[in-house]
Design a protein around this ligand. Sequence first.
Ligand code: GLV
Ligand code: MN
Length: 172
Amino acid sequence: MIKYMTIKVTSDDFFFDGLSKEGNTDNPFGFGATQGNVLAFPGLNTLGLSMNRVDLARGGINAPHSHPRASESVVVIKGKVLVGFVSTSNVYYYKVLTEGEMFIIPRGLVHFQYNVGHSKAILLTAFNSQLPGAVIVSRTLFASNPPIPLEILTKTFQVDDGVINSIESKFA
Ligand code: GLV
Ligand code: MN
């Protein structure tokens, strides 16, 4: 006999109020992100979409990163933001966006957002994945656990140990 488990789904499973709250930008990057993905609320499960809120202090940056499982649509809600990505042909595409304007980041490409306005900025980002994942370039290379061998990084960047140690110390 097959037994079915009864799962009680409620309206709250499809609701998330996290994007209404300002993220904490009190860090060296002036950056705060709130992720509205399937880990935040289960209503997104199997639907192939999710959204984030990004807060940038004046001069703040969402440092270069990529999403292995999604393309991203960026809409500026408040402020003036430089949004850029680099293609697989190594072409840099970018735009300065103001309120209501949108820019697309194709799946997997390294991109960033930089507040170039005179006040705080807010962005909403939408993804065609319930869990897009994020690979932050600087943390991947300089703050992995365990660390990438020093020799790999000195050879990759053609610099000596001191340069790599100095960068790594910023992410310790
Ligand atoms: C912005 O790039 C984000 O990933 O939310
Ligand atoms: Mn992103």
